[in-house]
Design a protein around this ligand. Structure first.
Ligand SMILES: Cc1cc2nc3c(=O)[nH]c(=O)nc-3n(C[C@H](O)[C@H](O)[C@H](O)COP(=O)(O)O)c2cc1C
Length: 436
């Protein structure tokens, strides 16, 4: 057993519709009819809180996807988290906020309000968004160029942080015979930059945590640099331990080079199929894979690998694909596909299933001991400080994890048995920042 002060895993539940497997909503027992029911999301957060997880997390997009595939339908995350904050007590609440589509004042105000409402449990995942369909809902013809989006994101984060610091912690006096707040402690920020003009101060007092915890998930050079400069915790995509270690080393070195001593926990995504035997876990995976509509999955794979695979045999090994350096399309996803084929030697159906559930993220199928062992191995070998759980189906995938894997992690002294703090910062071991 480790000492109570030992480094602990951070575990976060990434909530997404009926689960991260694209076929999950088609399962006869899925909660697909409840995707508009806030109690469904409250229950998911309550299961995560029962497992003492650090936080629940919502991604966000600004365009409707393929409505024939209803897994793309979701409630707006910040409003959803208001409800979840009232249905839970300790667990952290993280929402994505896009620096391309919000203004700093709007984002700072919403997140500060939620930090007060939740008693200091908010985090925000700063993204620059990705798709032209989103841009076209916000007054752009197409997405601004990648480098422009990241320049805006940098200035956006700076302005939001200044707004949160525009009220000193001790500004509010509530002196019934004098002042409500000390005007010397509520100051304009007078921000003037390339993208924004923001006078401030904010019309919400300093958040409970000083700042809601800033997450980032950039993978490009611009993305990693932004994360190194200002992220307090990072989401990552890593297919296996060597990929996780390479990203981990790079980001930690950049954080140091940016002159920061912060711990900046790194949390790769993790897809798990858990059962008391490996055979049962594999059967769970196969059950979901079989729900995928074959024709559209093959069409999507065809787009990723730029060749027609509609006639390929589903239950035979995937035919050999051309090497990465001869491939002219987008290389990120193609290299993941090659890696899955090389290491797992899947049938075509299995490959479609892997891509339909978390794609390039690490996928573990097996017993609680096997999953806990692998998580420990990554944690102790500079691959991860924690994990962003992406259960293939919800709620069963998170209930399985909480009931079976969490006790095993606790037995190994790798995960808390009780919350020791009440804010997300405390769960993550991050200091409350001083006003700048
Ligand atoms: C766990 C995770 C969650 C993400 N959530 C979102 C999201 O909600 N909205 C979004 O537009 N991008 C999201 N992204 C994408 C990243 O913000 C980022 O754009 C991506 O990792 C590519 O990096 P780059 O922009 O530096 O090229 C997410 C990425 C990860 C790993």
């Amino acid at each position: 057993m480790r000492s109570p002060a030992a480094r602990m895993l951070h575990i976060n539940l990434f909530i997404f519709g009926c689960g991260h497997h694209r076929g999950a909503w088609r399962h006869p027992q899925s909660s697909v009819e409840r995707l508009g029911d806030i109690r469904y999301f409250e229950e998911l957060a309550q299961i995560a809180e029962r497992g003492k997880l650090d936080a629940v997390f919502f991604a966000d997009g600004h365009a409707a996807g393929d409505v024939a595939d209803s897994s793309w339908w979701y409630l707006e995350p910040l409003t959803t988290l208001v409800a979840i904050s009232r249905a839970t007590e300790k667990i952290g609440l993280i929402s994505t906020v896009s620096s391309t589509f919000y203004t700093p004042f709007h984002a700072a105000r919403l997140l500060a309000s939620l930090d007060h409402i939740s008693g200091g449990r908010m985090g925000w995942n700063l993204v620059t968004s990705m798709f032209d369909t989103e841009a076209r809902n916000h007054g752009y013809e197409a997405m601004p160029a990648h480098a422009d989006r990241y320049r805006r994101a940098e200035e956006f984060a700076d302005a939001v942080l200044k707004l949160w610091d525009s009220w000193r912690d001790d500004a509010i006096l509530c002196d019934r015979h004098g002042q409500y707040a000390d005007p010397n402690k509520v100051q304009a920020i007078n921000h003037e930059g390339e993208f924004f003009l923001v006078d401030g101060p904010l019309n919400v007092p300093r958040p409970v945590q000083g700042n809601p915890v800033l997450f980032q998930a950039g993978a490009s050079e611009h993305g990693v640099n932004l994360a190194a400069q200002c992220a307090e915790a990072i989401y990552a995509v890593a297919y296996d331990l060597p990929a996780a270690q390479a990203y981990y080393r790079k980001v930690k070195a950049r954080v140091k080079a940016a002159g920061r001593n912060n711990p900046v926990p790194i949390m790769p995504g993790l897809v798990t199929y858990v059962a008391s035997t490996e055979a049962e876990a594999l059967a769970k995976q196969r059950e979901l894979d079989e729900l995928l509509p074959t024709a559209s999955s093959l069409k999507q794979l065809g787009l990723f690998i730029e060749q027609d695979c509609s006639e390929w045999e589903l239950d035979a090994p995937v035919p050999k694909l051309p090497p990465l350096d001869t491939f002219s399309g987008p290389k990120g996803r193609y290299s993941t596909i090659l890696r899955i084929i090389e290491t797992e030697k899947p049938t075509l159906r299995q490959l479609l299933g892997r891509l339909a559930a978390g794609g390039g993220h690490c996928t573990l199928v097996g017993t609680p001991e096997h999953i806990a062992e692998t998580m420990q191995h990554w944690f102790e070998n500079a691959g991860a400080d924690g994990f962003n759980l992406m259960p293939p189906s919800l709620p069963s995938g998170i209930a399985d994890f909480v009931d079976q894997v969490v006790p095993e992690l606790q037995r190994r002294g790798l995960f808390r048995t009780e919350y020791t703090g009440s804010t997300l910062r405390e769960h993550l071991g991050l200091e409350r920042p001083h006003p700048r």
